[in-house]
Ligand binder design. Sequence first.
Ligand SMILES: *Cc1c(COP(=O)(O)O)cnc(C)c1O
Length: 383
Amino acid sequence: MADIEDFLARRKQEGLLRSLKPASFRKGNKINFSGKEYIDFCSNDYLGLSFDPRIIEEIKKAADRFGTAVCASRLLSGDLDLHHQLERKVAGFKGKETALVFNSGYQANLGIISSLYGKGDCVFSDRLNHASIMDGIALSQAKLFRFRHNDTRHLKDLLEKQRAKFKKALIVTESVFSMDGDTAPLKELSELKEKYGCWLMVDEAHATGIFGDTGAGLVQQEGLEEKIDLIMGTFSKALAGFGAYLAASQLVVDYLVNTCRSFIYSTALPPAVIAGNLKSIELVEKEPERGKSLLSLAEYFRGCLSEKGLEVKGCSQIVPVIIGDNQASERIAFGLQQKGYWVLPVRPPTVPVGQARLRLSLNVYHDKKALEKFADDISKLKV
Ligand SMILES: *Cc1c(COP(=O)(O)O)cnc(C)c1O
């Protein structure tokens, strides 16, 4: 027990102790903690769909018709037509032959990578990939090679030196990076994967709903559906639902249904969740302009921040403001909270040492005027 206590004491002393903070209410871009209201810059509800009455209606109807839950794995009695309807919808949306729904993005990445790859195989992973991708690789026991963030020359060197020593090989990346808000060079990655005989997996958690003609993501925007073997994404961010999916070939999905432990040994998502996910894809396809206007709002906000001399990264709805020093980022985040902005510092080990930052997520409820004032408030606290 002593080691657990020591660990927590040390974390606290370093100002890095994580703890939960329950909100009493959240809606739109407002969040309420113990009676105080803040403008929320931490939520991934980018399109503001979490209170869309059309989605809520479908969720209610499904709960009335199918009950609260299915109480079994998909392979037992938990599989409904509704799950397959969602999978057909996702396949069409993402431009792949078929799709498989997972209970969360974490479970999807863990299961997909660890079922398809094993000892004797290798995985080339962007240094900034999400923890769930890293954990999937670790569980697979494939040999891991990390390439510098978005650095296709580094990746090419690694492929040149290492690829031939292994049986199967995977290149894996996020399409929009969650901590840097930038996008992966998907076209170059797909050329490298062809040249070196690898598969390419793309995690579209933050791109779905925002990028692409019908909001399907960055793969759609770049027209690379056919080149990318495994397109993974979540319902839990812009789609304001829950769960995740893999869009891929029928062969891959059949294989995962037979081997993927995080799919097989977990209860199917409740019908109401599935129905909500279905509706939200339909809305995004019908109204993709929400994502586009969010991107132009983010572009405007980046301009405001740069004008104030702040260091800003990315090219998406995720706007990281680099502060550098851990203590300074805490002080600024706390100062912003006192002004009514819900902003948290992101520090190592989540981001590299010396790159502590404020990670600001925009959503459709933010407006230009308020963002101008916000940029001003940040710059005043920075000095
Ligand atoms: C959020 C996220 C996940 C995990 O998805 P959940 O549905 O929240 O488990 C996976 N990958 C990336 C890049 C994410 O941002």
